[in-house]
Design a protein around this ligand. Structure first.
Ligand code: C2O
Ligand code: CU
Length: 451
């Protein structure tokens, strides 16, 4: 069963589709269309697994996807970049040369869990040093599940500059697909701004704050102009009945994250439990494996906020919000619930939608609610029977969203709002689990580490 919530304005759309990926499968007669943010699970031997090699060069090129000519960040001259077509079990190898004259880069494989290869997650500051101008870096990882994924920059505001593309992973030979359909179209929607990412970044990080504003266009697969008032966002919380993977009945730890907008030292920031994420110079994965304990704040951030006294309907007066690079340490092989709690922004009577995305894991969406999450009553409403599994979930204005996941992938992972400027302004947390089980790190990720 799929419930949809009509968008009332482009602002709602923005929240979800700063960059999003939709596979639209057209079903003859039965349904007009179905959206899937699918990562189907197929279990089968990877007999014919192959290497899938690409040589990519990131560089600027003039593009005019919506008739306005500006510099776009391209891969081999294209934005969106080349599509990777692969089969489940294949090893993807991307040799990436950074030919931007003055900017670093890092590329993330959104939806790929990177089991056993956390250093290939492509998250600058978390799993690797940035790839500097003139350098070449090799990403190598296995695509272990069929599905439609995307890759995109994970550095600064480079997604909005055009650095993204598809990864389409098909089922192994001889394995039938679970759904019948006549056509398969993949769509990436991306906000397109005429201002450069430098102008945007400067506006966001100045005391004289300037929000990036509404995009000039919404691009569909890199092409312009789209009427966003006609889209609907899936609010599905139930899995397809043939593909139910039940969550554990209870969790070992509950982390409640209050989402607020704050002024910190005069700068506009987003915070979680009054901590606004700033990434350290030495990426966490390296710091933890190499025991650089002064690379980041070793005191863990709080698992909750002052639930009793905090008024989620007023402009925050969080005098104690701070910037922080502290991380959550989570015991390996446990089950964790995260409750995202929305609140008022710095504008009276205003709260925004945030699409939260997790690296390294999928999670079950246990439920949504309005107002303040009540830990006595609300868990009784959770869908523990047939919840949907995803890696991105919306948090609605003045509401809460509850999710559960198994912490079973050793590494250091970021969980963040997928609106790129929000992440840029600190809207994320980082957690570590089982880092001692991570294999020897490739030295190629360590370019920024002083020895
Ligand atoms: Cu597609 Cu960290 O995100
Ligand atoms: Cu956000």
């Amino acid at each position: 069963m799929v419930e949809t919530l009509p968008f009332r304005s482009c602002m709602f759309l923005l929240a979800f589709f700063l960059i999003s990926l939709i596979t639209v499968r057209l079903y003859a007669y039965k349904y007009a269309y179905a959206y899937t943010f699918a990562t189907f699970k197929y279990k089968s031997p990877d007999s014919a697994a192959k290497n899938n090699f690409s040589q990519w060069e990131v560089k600027y090129a003039y593009k005019s996807p919506d008739c306005f000519k500006k510099l776009a960040m391209t891969i081999n001259g294209e934005s969106p970049g080349p599509t990777i077509y692969a089969q489940q079990g294949d090893t993807i190898v991307v040799n990436l040369t950074n030919s931007l004259p003055t900017e670093n880069v890092a590329l993330h494989w959104h939806g790929i869990r990177q089991i056993g290869t956390p250093w290939s997650d492509g998250t600058e500051g978390v799993t690797q040093c940035p790839i500097m101008p003139g350098d070449t870096f090799t990403y190598k990882f296995v695509v272990d599940r069929a599905g439609t994924y995307l890759y995109h920059a994970h550095y600064g505001l480079q997604i909005s500059a055009g650095l993204y593309g598809f990864i389409i992973v098909s089922v192994p030979d001889g394995v039938p697909e679970p759904f019948v359909y006549d056509h398969d179209r993949s769509i990436i929607l991306n906000d397109w701004y005429h201002a450069s990412t430098y102008e945007q970044a400067t506006g966001l990080s100045s005391i004289d704050y300037r929000w990036v504003g509404e995009p000039q266009s919404l691009l569909i697969n890199g092409r312009g102009r789209f009427n966003c008032s006609e889209l609907a966002q899936s609010r599905a919380i139930k899995a397809h009945h043939d593909f139910v993977d039940k969550p554990p009945p209870r969790s070992d730890r509950v982390i409640v994250l209050l989402n607020t907008q704050n002024l910190i030292d005069g700068y506009h920031r987003w915070s979680l439990n009054n901590r606004s994420l700033v990434l350290p110079h030495t990426p966490y994965l390296i710091a933890l494996k190499e025991n650089f304990i002064d690379a980041f704040d070793q005191n863990p951030p709080p698992d909750s906020y002052d639930i009793h006294n905090y008024d989620i309907f007023s402009v925050p007066d969080n005098v104690n919000a701070t910037s922080s690079n502290a991380i959550y340490r989570i015991s390996f092989n446990t089950t964790v619930d995260i409750i995202l709690q929305n609140a008022n922004t710095m504008i009276p009577n205003h709260s925004e939608t945030h699409p939260w995305h997790m690296h390294g894991h999928d999670f079950w969406v246990l439920g949504y609610g309005m107002n303040k999450f009540d830990k006595e009553k609300d868990p009784a409403t959770y869908n523990l029977d047939d919840p949907i599994m995803k890696n991105t979930v919306p948090l609605y204005p003045y509401g809460w969203t509850a999710l559960r996941f198994r912490v079973d992938n050793p590494g250091v992972w970021i969980f963040h709002c997928h609106i790129e400027p929000h992440l840029f302004m600190g809207m994320g947390i980082v957690f570590e689990a089982g880092v001692e089980m991570v294999g020897t790190l490739p030295t190629s990720i360590m370019g920024c580490v002083r020895s």
